[in-house]
Write a protein that binds this ligand. Structure first.
Ligand code: DHB
Ligand code: FE
Length: 294
């Protein structure tokens, strides 16, 4: 059967991608950020997953106000890196895994977790920056990737009630459990790693632009390690108040966390401020059961 053996969590700050693409990753400013991912590169090379499921959000690149799926699963064979205004990042195309992706889509719907199926989409920094921090500069991504886009934009509403609330952390956590059931019912042997991306505390606009909350971020990392259910109880208002308007991206980490056992082993934890105008967080967790079976 296929199995989710581990999860890696990381911010997806676009400036990290630009720093790598333009050769500034070892500058004084960026060195400490990239140093925090040295372990990730070593770890992912040793795990060598057959497939990655990447939980990320589109930033009004592929989806705009004409179509706002809460959860959208990529079932395509490939995904082009998007042009986000300065040309597409010089990173490889992302190869998908249609066979596993379609299996997950069917399993989720029949498991009463309705999901939007996407067969043609471009992927923005939300997906490509996490691949870059895990793998560095490569000519081809080492394994296929299944994108799972979560709606976390346009909240709170600018005016009136025309807003599309992000799913709750609890819903995301339960989706992770459903994804695990889906993967484990796939008949072929595949080693799967799930990525939870976005966050940590950051606000990109208005009066509180530049907000960073180290205390909240570290508490969130603690909860992911030892008490994920407590993290599922964080309300949207609390994310907004404590982690800023874009801190709501952290609900996506709960999808990846839900796909693991409740008890996990921490392989790596890293936190750094600042990167651009955000806090950067990174965590690698392995299923304790997978460890015991080694
Ligand atoms: C920025 C954008 C993001 O999507 C994010 O998650 C963090 C930072 C930015 O534009 O700096
Ligand atoms: Fe983002």
């Amino acid at each position: 059967m296929a199995e989710i053996v581990a999860a890696a969590f990381t911010s997806h700050v676009p400036a990290i991608g630009v720093a790598l693409d333009t050769g500034h990753d070892r500058d004084d400013y960026w060195r400490p950020v990239f140093a925090g991912y040295d372990k990730a590169k070593e770890w992912i090379a040793s795990v060598a997953p057959d497939v990655i499921i990447c939980v990320y959000n589109d930033h009004a690149t592929q989806f705009d106000l004409t179509l706002i799926p809460t959860f959208a699963l990529g079932c395509a064979a490939r995904y082009r890196p998007a042009d986000e205004g300065w040309g597409a990042r010089p990173v490889p195309e992302v190869e998908g895994h249609p066979e596993l992706a379609w299996h997950i889509a069917q399993s989720l719907v029949l498991d009463e977790f309705d999901i939007t199926i996407v067969n043609d989409m471009e992927v923005d920094h939300g997906l490509t920056v996490p691949l870059s921090v895990m793998y560095g500069k490569v000519d081809a991504w080492p394994c296929p990737v299944i994108p799972l886009a979560v709606n976390v934009v346009q909240f709170p509403p600018p005016t009136g009630n025309r807003c599309s609330p992000p799913p709750t952390g609890n819903r995301c956590y339960n989706l992770g459990k459903a994804i695990r059931r889906a993967v484990e019912s796939f008949p072929k042997d595949l080693k799967v790693v799930i990525l939870g991306t976005g966050g940590m505390s950051h606000q990109l606009q208005a009066q509180r632009a530049g907000l960073i909350n180290r205390e909240f971020d570290n508490r969130f990392l603690d909860m992911l390690e030892t008490d994920p259910v407590a993290a599922t109880r964080i309300s949207h208002t609390e994310y907004l108040r404590e982690a800023g308007s874009e801190g709501i991206e952290l609900v996506m980490w709960l999808v990846a966390r839900g796909a693991l056992d409740e008890k996990v082993e921490t392989i790596h934890r890293f936190y750094h401020v600042p990167a651009s105008n955000t806090a950067v967080g990174h965590l690698i967790l392995e299923n304790a059961s997978a460890k015991a079976a080694e």
